[in-house]
Ligand binder design. Structure first.
Ligand SMILES: [Zn+2]
Length: 246
């Protein structure tokens, strides 16, 4: 039985949430148990750095709630967000091999919880298990897809549709649909001027998709935001959703 076939079987047989993280819940029970035996459930808090680009391997996090931005360093300016991960994914130095560091950092954007596994435990013991290795490969593929999306976004899409797509994606992981982000933080994450974010949020407010007060963004109409967001983010979401439904 191939790893991917077994994973699909485990998805079909899953009657519901097991751990609350989709990557873990798709694993066969024995692999999930082996992984959780090395894991600790930890709170993740806005601003926490879960992983430093080109830094020490640290740990792999499987979010159960909350939202984490994958960021690329662009010194001396703040890092740019190239992806978002919630409870449908995992965060860690996934491209790291032995002493090599990963290329992306990870910063918590919305509070939640995660299963945390030290990177030392992940490789090689867990990566010898084909289903866990497959899960990591799928997570890597999602990150590459988000990277590709970010490149096209930055080159070809207007700031308002980029922001709408980003916020719609963030809202999927934030049940209360409230994000505590200032215009400056959004500008840093999207790699644009703060004044451009102010114009874009103003427009989204007038379209009644978003409510914005100092440092707080409340999603008023998530479906509307998704429709207003750029197509590349929608493509990424569809792919993840269809895999989770398999
Ligand atoms: Zn785009």
């Amino acid at each position: 039985v191939s790893a991917s076939a077994a994973m699909r079987t485990s998805v079909r047989s899953a009657s519901g949430r097991v751990t609350g993280n989709a990557v873990l819940d798709r694993l066969p029970a024995a692999d999930r148990a082996a992984l959780l035996a090395r894991a600790v459930r930890v709170p993740i808090v806005r601003g926490d750095v879960l992983c430093v680009a080109r830094g020490p391997p640290g740990a792999i996090h499987f979010p159960l709630a909350g939202l984490v931005a994958l960021v690329a360093p662009v010194a001396p300016r703040p890092p740019i967000a190239v992806g978002l991960v919630g409870r449908d994914g995992l965060v860690g130095p996934l491209f790291a091999r032995e002493d090599d560091a990963g290329a992306l950092g990870a910063i918590v954007q919305a509070d939640g919880f995660a299963w945390r596994v030290p990177a030392d435990d992940f490789a090689p013991a867990l990566m010898r298990r084909p289903w866990i290795r497959r899960a990591v490969e799928l997570a890597q593929r999602d990150i590459v897809a988000q990277l590709a999306c970010t490149v096209s976004c930055m080159l070809f899409h207007e700031i308002e549709e980029r922001l709408a797509g980003w916020l719609a994606l963030a809202a999927r992981h934030s049940p209360e649909r409230v994000l505590h982000l200032t215009h400056q933080q959004l500008a840093d994450l999207l790699g644009v001027q703060r004044s451009a974010i102010t114009l874009a949020t103003g427009s989204l407010q007038r379209r009644r998709l978003l409510d914005c007060t100092r440092g707080t963004l409340r999603i008023v109409d998530r479906a509307g935001l998704e429709a207003a967001g750029c197509e590349c983010r929608r493509g990424s979401r569809t792919r993840v959703a269809s895999r989770n439904a398999r």
